[in-house]
Design a protein around this ligand. Structure first.
Ligand code: SF4
Length: 348
């Protein structure tokens, strides 16, 4: 165990965090619901982008109960553009359980938090420590990177066993008094100083005297990560389909972006006129639009895009709505945002 070394690092981290932490909205509260919302939003999303979403979400749904009772369309709209929509759906499922089992209050218990939908070891550790001062670690990619470098540790950080190893190492030295500051300190130093992609700012790092990777001059070699599998590329035709006033959208089925609203699209293997016929679009003036790309975690969409002006709005698999209505009430995933904006400009 590295408990002694870890204990020696904590006061350095704590002092640095107190001096350098950013003033972020979710750092001004200990309300477990607010901490939960922020932690879920911050997964795979930049801090700057999250700020506005966080405020808007909590203004609209200020309590666990309000989230539990909200319509699905409302929560998706509040999440629109953040991506990974299963995050907010899982939050709502968990909120319903919190209302039923815990009278609408998040339990101050790591194991009970872990059992809620969408709350993994990282989020449970973050809520437990930040909101309830419980000595649980919150180990994410940032923290793994910093620890791997400080200890010049070659464990593969994509392995669950590695996450578990560091969680136990950090927890061995955590106390109720230091847990909130230490967990946030690791995250913050990973975000501001010990940056990814071989660009750590060692010159301003409080750990440089003790950091094994820095002392050996090999920070770029850490963390060790298994090669990612290549993404699957899907080629699509995406159509901004309009009758000049209204725009066609439809609800997706199962799979990627399940049940979200989308612009009409199909495989790029089919010629656009064939696709239009399949949708019962029997006339149409086609104008090519810019090719777009959207990257998901495991899939990449290459989108050939077209603007199609038609009179055929009957018996199509779409609903036809005015743009303001769609903007106000329907959540379009980010993948379609650029096409949507370009199409609107052509419509004017
Ligand atoms: S000294 Fe450099 S590599 Fe080591 S923890 Fe600090 S920023 Fe990261």
């Amino acid at each position: 165990m590295r408990e002694k070394e870890m204990r020696e690092l904590f006061p350095i981290l704590s002092a640095w965090y107190t001096e350098n932490k950013r003033d972020l909205p979710w750092r001004r509260t200990k309300d477990p619901y607010c901490i939960w919302v922020s932690e879920i939003m911050l997964q795979q999303t930049r801090v700057e982008a999250v700020k506005a979403y966080y405020t808007r979400f909590l203004d609209a749904l200020p309590t666990v109960r309000s989230l539990a009772e909200a319509k699905e369309e409302t929560i998706l709209k509040l999440w629109e553009g953040l991506g990974y929509y299963s995050r907010v759906r899982n939050m709502q499922t968990a909120a319903k359980e919190i209302v039923e089992e815990y009278a609408g209050h998040l339990p101050a218990d790591y194991e009970k938090l872990r059992k809620l939908k969408g709350i993994g070891p990282y989020t449970a550790g973050a809520i437990s420590s930040i909101a309830f001062d419980l000595p649980y670690a919150a180990i994410d990619g940032n923290v793994l990177r910093v620890l791997s470098r400080i200890f010049a540790d070659s464990r593969d950080i994509t392995e669950e066993a590695t996450k578990k190893y560091w969680k136990e190492e950090v927890e061995a030295a955590l106390t109720r008094e230091n847990a909130a500051v230490i967990n946030q300190g690791w995250m913050e130093i990973g975000a501001l100083v010990c940056l990814p992609n071989g660009e750590p700012k060692c010159g301003i790092c409080p750990f440089r005297e003790r950091c094994a990777a820095y002392q050996k001059g090999c920070a770029a070699l850490y963390p060790v990560k298994a090669e990612k599998k290549a993404r699957t590329v899907e080629n699509l035709q995406v159509v901004f389909l309009t009758d000049g006033r209204r725009i066609a959208i439809r609800k997706r089925g199962k799979g990627l972006l399940a049940n979200l609203w989308e612009l009409p699209n199909g495989s790029a293997d089919q010629a656009l006129p064939v696709l239009l016929q399949e949708w019962n679009i029997l006339d149409g003036e086609i104008t090519p639009m810019r090719h777009r790309k959207h990257i998901f975690t495991h899939v990449q969409w290459e989108m050939d895009c077209s603007f199609v002006l038609t009179n055929s709005t009957e018996n199509t698999p779409f609903i036809w709505l005015e743009p303001d209505k769609i903007t106000e009430e329907y959540a379009l995933p980010s993948a379609f945002r650029a096409v949507w904006k370009e199409g609107l400009k052509k419509l004017v």
